[in-house]
Design a protein. Sequence first.
Length: 541
Amino acid sequence: MNNKIMHPLRIFRGIGIVFWMILSACASATEGQNISPDQFVYVTSAIECAPLTVYPENSRYFVDGCGELIYLSGSHTWMNLQDIDDVDPIQEPFDYEAYLNILSENHHNFFRLWYWEEASEVLSTGGNYWFDPLVYQRTGPGNANDGKPKFDLTLFNQAYFDRMRERVIAAGDRGIYVSIMLFNGWSIENKDGIHEPWVGHPLNQANNINGINGDPDQDGRGRETQTLRDPDILALQEAYIRKVIETVNDLDNVLYEISNEGYWESQDWQYYLINYIKDYESGMDKQHPVGMTVEYPNGSNDDLLNSPAEWISPNGNVYDPEVVNGQKVVLGDTDHFCGTCGDVAWVWKSLTRGYNPILMDPFQWFEEGAEADEDPIWGAIRHNLGYAISYTNRMDLSTMTPQSDLCSSEYCLANPASDGTAEFLVFNPQTGGVTVDLSDVNGAILVEWLDPETGQIYLDDPITGGGSHQFSPPFPNESVLYLSQGEPDPTPPTTSTPTSSPMVTLTPAITVTPTPTTTPRPSFKRYCPFVKASEFLTSGK
């Protein structure tokens, strides 16, 4: 089985190869025309093919219930489940429909659904942030630290779970997978010297009527809630997890994440909850992948690799990601690499190194005077996440692995097969040409370039495999090179007149040049908790 069989959309691949040959043969006749290939490269239908499982023969990727390999990629943002504002009651609810529209327009297929445990938090710079809806009901008697009724930790707030279900369904209708965040390490302690969440947390002894104390050492942090120390707290967490699972178990587009950037010694607690979810879902109709993201600060990627999780999200170098070895499905999240950061090159470096890249996207909450959803820098990254998805929908991911030694740029996802099914996706972060080793490849190879700045595809003359080949893009900036043979024993394409004119434009097209990520960003508009303040001031992240 591979990602080209057992799914109706795979028939388009063969049609697409023929289409590409015709375009190449007729290049001079169609010079300058833009032809949309969306029907071949994008999948936008509702998700109805059973939950994802790890593909055993190439465990860098998931496979759905229809046998289709799934490369996950997209943008996530802090307010996509709960509304956040600096006034109470909240005046500016998050526009979830507009958010989904942006994801759909850019052909994204994944996001993390954020959860904030605290009702409010105090800022060292003055003021508060408020979060709504919350998991638990506020019944009193008595008032919590924020002046509102205390929480009853035995009573769930159904409005929270209704919203969760509605939003996961709405995403699934657009072909988008959702990872539900169950806990949040930024909700139990001040990690950046600015946001103080514990004062507003339901497990703070001053905030609940149940006698629960999530800070027994009284250090002003709730780290103990992410350990196995207190059986009463663990029982409450298990009840909450059961409620989440019962809310969404029937949905196919669900994944779970134990905690965003949890307490740095929370691994035993996270391992326990991963197994708890698996055990609980084992008796239900559907089972969903469970993930673990790196702890912060002082998180160890080894803790992720040694975990029982199906997918992980590590820390790392956004400018030169390590090669994914295939031990786990790896979601390369800029959130854990460097906070609110990234550039177009990061998208393609991640794909060619075996990651499923996701962007910590500020959207509406970023800059004074310039909304992030209108910012060309972030727009360029979003567009390229979609372009990358389009290529993975055309490629046979089941056979492709990171092989840095096959190209001079060292960013290469490849299947150097000799049976006529070879494929290479190469990213060159520099201007100029790139050399690719095609020694093991026999027969004709189609040559295609993508300009990441414009979204335009350029077709070049087909070549014949064997030895190393030098390729030069028809545009003066970083480039994506796609080499493909198609199905076994393909009919060699007709040689065409070389052309440097764009033959295809992936939509949406853009014409901006991304600013380097080392350029300091403007001050934040309101809520941007995960740009670590000390790092931001020194590195521009």
